[in-house]
Structures are given as C-alpha cells and as structure tokens.
Design a protein around this ligand. Structure first.
Ligand code: AHR
Length: 329
C-alpha cells in the first residue's frame, strides 16, 4: 500500500499541472489503484496488437488498476529503460513481455531489490536465478512447433522424394523463435528426406519477410522446388505468400504448403480459402491470466510459476465463415 501512496504523490504534481486541460469528469489517481508498469515488445504483428488490447481491457481503473503502458518499439534497451523508470516510480507490479530471453539478470535484480514483483507474459527469460521473476503466463512454443511438424509428418507420410523446406524465423533469441525453430530442427534431423533449403530472418514482420523472401527467390537460377514454407508467425506468412505469388508460385494444396503460427483472423481467412495449409494457434488473450496472477498475489497466495494457455491447430477443414467471425482476434 505504501508504494501506491508514494506513486500517487509522485504523480500528483503532473495531475495538478494537467488539471486545466483534464476531462472535468476524470477522476484523480486513487491511492487504492494497483499500479502496473507494463513493458510491451512493440506492435510488430497482428498477434501483438491483440495481446496489448487484451492487457488494456483487463487492467482498467474500473477493475482497480492504473496501467502505465510502455511500447518498446522492438528494442530490448527500451524495455530495460522502461523497467528502470517503473522502479523509480515505485509501481506495484512490473508486467514484462520480454523481446528475447537473454540480458535480463541485472535489471530484474534491480526490480527485486526494489521489492517489485515481475510477471512475465508471452515469452520467457533465461536468467541465472529463476526467483528474479514471480510467474509467467504464455504459450508453449516448442509444443506449437511440434504440432506443426506432426502435421508435416502426416502430410508427407510415405513420400520418397525430398521434402524441401524454407524456414523463416521470428526475432532471434525470442522464446517464440527458439521453440518453433527447435521443433523443426528436431524433425529435420529425424527425417532423412526432409531438406532445409534456406533459413531466413523475418523478424515476425510482413515487410521484412517480403524483402528477404523476394531476394531469396530472385537469387534462384530457375523456379525452385519448394514443398513447405515454415513461417514462425502470421505476418511472416503474409510476407512469404506475397513474395511467392508475385514470383509465380501457387500456394496451398497443389502448390507450396504455407505453415503459420498465431492463427489470427487474417491467417485463418487465408487458411479457409486454401492459400495457407496449416495455422497453429498462439493465443494472445493473456490479460485475464496475468490478472489472475496479480489477484493471487494480492490475496497473499502463490501463483503457479508457469501457466500455459490452451491452443489448437486449424486446416481449411476445421474452418467456417461463422467461426472466423466469432474469433476475438
Ligand atoms: O511471442 C509471440 C509471438 O510474437 C507471436 O507469434 C508473434 O506474432 C509475435 O510477434
């Protein structure tokens, strides 16, 4: 409670100076609100936008929170700066979506010394001391990758010809990239006829993927024999589709099989119309789970260290227009 009072005092000056322009119906910060400092990666993907919306929908004043939301524009140094600022402001909790796994020990130690619990959302951190964060809620990215690989095994079962794969990765060192890549690597090692043609860095964005994929396809001496493009998220899949089709590669059942992760509405629509062969769900609606952790802590309880969301896979056969419309993201 003391931290909340201090935070209210620190922000009082700002509130007073803003008073002449404030909404007359607006309430001043209440010292009873739980103050959350949130470090989001950025807005690189449709998934990320849905994730930010899920957090903002839960951490509202009506629900008893003051949310300080920082968009790090996909830079770890910005996330570290934001955490230090939240420590100075003496927030009650820090919620961190870490861009990559490494490089967090010092700043999380600073948060611990300040007595501020850190809750990880979405991805994980690789730290020497697991006690540097209180809990994590997110996806099991290795399991997602294994689901994609199981679909490939079913689709290419009995194939004697090589299965030629292009792999387009997400942000290097992020848990999503590491897990999805590890699953594909395991499978390529286990199947003699699976051939990895190239590995490209798409950084989870459509623009970068379109660029690197166009360069790669243009560098081939003739039309490539490509069976699968393993795209580590939907925006990578959109960029790859665009590049492939522009260069005359049909995508879908009788062409290149695009595999994607996230299964946001745009990707499911492409799956329903047959251009994407498989969409592996990565659920961005993590706000309610993060709030459960904070409620548990506020009640003096101990949340689970890791909690994974439920996810599924989709092919065209699993989809209908009605299902797409009912999706929240
Ligand atoms: O960490 C989750 C991943 O990050 C999602 O697959 C991707 O779209 C996002 O940018």
């Amino acid at each position: 409670m003391r931290r909340r009072v201090l935070f209210a005092l620190l922000t009082l000056g700002l509130l007073l100076s803003a008073a002449c322009t404030a909404d007359p119906a607006g309430e001043p910060a209440s010292e009873d609100l739980i103050v959350i400092g949130m470090c989001q990666v950025g807005a690189e993907s449709d998934w990320r936008v849905a994730n930010s919306e899920s957090m903002k929908a839960v951490f509202t004043e009506a629900n008893g929170y003051r949310l300080l939301f920082d968009d790090a524009r996909q830079k770890q140094e910005n996330q570290i700066t934001a955490i230090r600022k939240f420590i100075q402001q003496q927030v009650d909790y820090i919620v961190l979506m870490p861009i990559r796994e490494g490089g967090w020990d010092s700043v999380l130690q600073e948060a611990r010394e300040a007595g501020i619990p850190v809750i990880l959302v979405d991805r994980r951190v690789d730290v020497e001391d697991e006690a540097l964060y209180t809990a994590h809620v997110g996806s099991d990215f290795l399991e997602e990758g294994r689901r994609a690989v199981a679909w490939m095994e079913g689709t290419f079962q009995g194939a004697e010809d090589p299965v030629r794969i292009i792999h387009i990765q997400g942000t290097p060192g992020s848990t999503a990239q590491l897990g999805r890549t590890a699953a594909l690597e395991e499978a390529v090692a286990a199947h003699e006829n699976w051939e990895l043609l190239v590995r490209l860095d798409g950084d989870f964005t459509q623009a970068k993927t379109y660029e690197v994929m166009t360069d790669y396809l243009s560098s081939l001496p003739g039309p490539g024999d490509i069976d699968v493009v393993y795209c580590e998220n939907d925006n990578i899949a959109f960029g790859a589709l665009q590049a492939l089709e522009e260069q005359g590669y049909p995508c879908g059942r009788d062409g290149v099989n695009i595999i994607t992760f996230d299964a946001t509405r745009g990707a499911l629509a492409e799956c329903l119309n047959g251009r994407i062969s498989l969409a592996v769900e990565c659920n961005p609606l993590l706000g309610p789970l993060a709030e459960e952790v904070i409620r548990t802590l506020e009640a003096g309880g101990s949340p689970e260290k890791h909690r994974y969301v439920e996810e599924q896979i989709f092919t065209a056969e699993d989809l209908t227009e009605a299902l797409l419309e009912s999706r929240e993201y």
